[in-house]
Write a protein that binds this ligand. Sequence first.
Ligand SMILES: NC(=O)c1ccc[n+]([C@@H]2O[C@H](COP(=O)([O-])OP(=O)(O)OC[C@H]3O[C@@H](n4cnc5c(N)ncnc54)[C@H](OP(=O)(O)O)[C@@H]3O)[C@@H](O)[C@H]2O)c1
Length: 266
Amino acid sequence: MMGALDFTNRIKQMGATDGIGKQYALQLAEQGLNIVLIGRSPEKLKATESEVRMRSNVQVKTVVVDYSGGREIYDDVERELAGLEIGVLVNNVGMGYARMSEFLDMERDLHLRMLNVNMMSCVAMTYIVLPQMVERKRGLVINIASLAGVVPHPFVATYSATKVFVCFFSRILKQEYKEKGIQFQLVTPGFVSTNMTSQRDVSAGCPTAETYVRSAIATVGLQSRTAGYLMHDLFGAAIQLYSERALLKELKNEMIKFKAKQCKSE
Ligand SMILES: NC(=O)c1ccc[n+]([C@@H]2O[C@H](COP(=O)([O-])OP(=O)(O)OC[C@H]3O[C@@H](n4cnc5c(N)ncnc54)[C@H](OP(=O)(O)O)[C@@H]3O)[C@@H](O)[C@H]2O)c1
C-alpha cells in the first residue's frame, strides 16, 4: 500500500473540511504527504489545517473555493496551485439533499448546483492537475462516487445521476491514461456516517468516516474500482443481482422509510 502512495509528495484534497474528505486528508498526512485542503469555509479549513498539523509533521496549504460556482471559479484555483507538485488528487467534494424528495419537490437551482459540485468539479480539477502528472509519468486520482452511481436510487435522482457521471469519467480516464503512468481509482461508498447522511447511526453497514477511509486507503494500488469497505462491496454485489424493476421497488420502500424517519426527527 505504501508503495502505491510512495510517488506522492503532495495531495490535493477537495471538500476536505468534513466527513470522508477530511479523513483522507488526515490519514494521508499521517503517511507523510503534504496536503492542499480545498473547501468553501475559511473557518472549517483553518480547523482542519490545525488538526492535520497537530497529528502530522507535513506542510499544509488551504484554498477557499465554493464548488457550486461555474467555470469562473477555476482560474483562481489554477493560480493557487501553480508551481505545486501534486502527486495525488482526491475528487471528493459532493453535495446531496438535505432530505430525500421527488425530483420536482426540490428547487431547480439546487439540482443545478449539484451538477457543478458533483460533476464539474471533478472534470475541472482533473484538467488542472493531470498535465503535470502526465509530464512526470506518475500520479493518482481518487474519484469518490457512490453506490448511488452504480444502481439508480429513487428520491435522489440528480445526485444518483451525477455519481454515474463520476463512475464513467473515472473508468474511462483510467483506460486512457494507464499507459502514461497515471492511476485512477473509483470509490463507490454505501452509507457512511457523516453530515451528508445526517450522522446516520454507526453500524456494520454504516461505518464512521474514519473507519471507512482507513479501509478505502488500504485498497489504493490494489483495486481500481471499489466500494472501499467490505460490507459495501458485498451489498453492492448483492443488489446488482436484482432486476432493475425489483431493485427500484425495494429501494423506493427503503427510501420511504428513511424519509419518514427524517421527517420525524425534524
Ligand atoms: N456519506 C455517505 O454515506 C456517502 C455515500 C456515498 C458517497 N459519498 C460521497 O462521499 C463524498 C464526501 O461525502 P461526505 O459524506 O463526507 O459529506 P460531508 O460530510 O457533507 O462532507 C462534504 C465535504 O464537501 C464540502 N463541500 C460541500 N459543498 C461544497 C461546495 N459547494 N464547495 C466546496 N466544498 C463543499 C463540505 O464542506 P462544508 O464542510 O463547508 O459543508 C465538506 O467538507 C461526496 O462526494 C459524497 O457524495 C458519501
